[in-house]
Design a protein around this ligand. Sequence first.
Ligand code: BGC
Length: 752
Amino acid sequence: MIKRVFLVIVFSLAVVLSFGQPKLRPDNIEEIIKAMTDEELASLLVGAKESEFEFFEGTAAGVRSIPRLGIPATISCDGPAGLHFYPFRENTDKTFYCTAFPVGTLTASSWDTEMMEKMAAALGNEVHEYGVDMFLGPGMNIHRNPLCGRNFEYFSEDPFLSGKMAAAYVRGIQGNGVTATVKHYAANNQETNRTENDARVSKRALREIYLKNFEIAVKEGRPGALMASYNKLNGEYVQQSYDLLTTILRDEWGYEGVVLTDHGAKEGTVKAAKAGCDLMQPGNEEELERMLDAVKKGTITRDELERNARHVLHYIVSTPRFQGYKFSNDPDLKAHAELARKVAGESIVMLKNEGGTLPLKAGAKLAVYGVGSEDFVAVGIGSGHVVAKHVANMRESLTAAGFELNQDLAGYYKAYVELDHATKRVAGAMDWLMYESWGYGKKVSEPDVPLNQLPQQAAESDAAIIVISRDAGEGNDRTMVDDFELTARDRKLIRRVSDEFHAKGKKVVVILNIGGVIETASWINLADAILLPWQPGQEGAYGVADVLTGKVNPSGKLTMTFPIDALDHPSSANFPAFPQRGESEEGLRKNVDYTEYAEGIWVGYRHFATRGVKVSYPFGYGLSYTTFQYSKPVVKATSDGFTASVTVTNTGAVAGKEVVEVYVSAPSGGLEKPSRELKAFGKTKSLAPGESQTLSFSVPAYDLASFNEAASAWETAAGNYQVHFGASVEDIRASGSFTVKKVRTWEVNNVL
Ligand code: BGC
């Protein structure tokens, strides 16, 4: 009784105190800011106590509520391949599964910004319908080195392609009225010691490679949020860098959204807030204490608090939660699954198709090898993992496509994988489900398949399919041995299967179900066809089957180089997986405490193409079931850059789409430049045999500029520019040229 009276008094007091207080509206943000105490401002800038969002177990953060002023708590959840949270909740039998779309690397391989936007729109719809306000994706760091453990979440080694894809992704998500977050800004290119590593990068490489993709995404996608990465950049934590978070991001690029930390707490909370990091995520009491202490001591000013709070409040009023949206908890997962399958099929890269091995003939008898055929990897590990209700595997998709599978083999892998999963589940019980929801421990390792049945399998089948699977993710970089390189078992499998099948005149198809680049040069000749679906999401196995049957004509192209050896990447000289053997203690920690980006701008094809280093597959490469011819292009100088057009004709026998890559070679003299740089790209619609389409491009002079460190300016040199229209960076089909009459420069702040 006493307790009830007490509660009534407290409640009435709260009502009385909040009576007459302004309540947050989209048009009274300034009034609310003025009404906030210093303490309230500080609390708005340090994320929500987890208890505010108990029901979103798994991963969540957000902004704390301030009921007095009508400020609701808002919530954010991971991505980027789909919404990430635990599918079970207390006190309900309802499940909360999400669609696992293909990973960033595969979707970018479509080179199709329209399709990217469409897929992200469906993903954003799940964000909206599950009651989430902010989505922590897209991930868009540059593939500096093939061994970065999180490359699967990211798009490309090229900043232009990465920026364009990210902008499309952001537009798709935000079309739903929810916020997208571009991450991890910036130079977060390795997982080893990711929270402390100092990336030491030249100003030129930063501007041209590691910031350029964010610049494009910010200007063209207008994301509502940006996540500052954990690492240091040139000696200072990105989260605490005024140069990065304010001078470049806001003053130069005109960013208007909210800036948040990557998840975890660094000691320099106050420094971060002063630098322009608006929101500490997920936020803890110590950080709040530090902020309150700084307010008391005057080491953070009221103006600084108000500036950050303004960004946060603008975000809050934009959220579905603030607007009272009644989310359904019931997105159309069936429609999204269909879209995920389509995106996967359309984005797959065909690396090899000797003698028209693919498409396979309808109803072909297949012997399918590799544990990945059963335990197919849909997405990678960590916050980027997505818990889908069902992940299709190759056994299922090939059967549904009408192929006749060798049942002994299929049964062998099925039993092997089921036993592995059952053992792990029993051992870990419920904890295991939670653990698994991050993708940890899911992947089953390759068994030593009994190969004594091989001759019979080869005799009874029309072709062999070998699935090579890899998993990787947050917190760890990949290794050279047994990951970049094939394992001894992979090698044995490919060699023995190809020997046996080839001896009987049968074909061998390899499916690369991987999250990052692997070594291919040593075994390419053993396969007749190679498909690269990466980690293609929950329906990806169906996407692969669609390509194998010819229902989908592959039109994906590589967004990075496949080197012959990982060491051919200059960045490998300074990457944690490659310790300098026999060095001093300090030498061994070289790429742990700090990493010298000594290669500068020579990342990916910029290095391989310019220096003529042979590769296994070049940037931009990908085959089709048809052939395309490029017309003589039209290239014209404009008052601001150039325009170009080229007509593509389908000269083969089946319908197909072609990606046209536009590379520019700048005039020599002045700054040293890559021999070719991607400056535009386009994709045709599906062209029937004999059909043509003209693709047009327009490139502003600013996009042609290189960064001159001495002048702290972007510079577009005067002279003659060659424009190449390629089916890959090495396969130039047509060229034109134009002239820039006068040098153009854009001065920027001399920072970092
Ligand atoms: C990851 C972010 C992620 C965050 C929240 C961090 O460890 O680096 O990408 O959004 O966790 O789960």
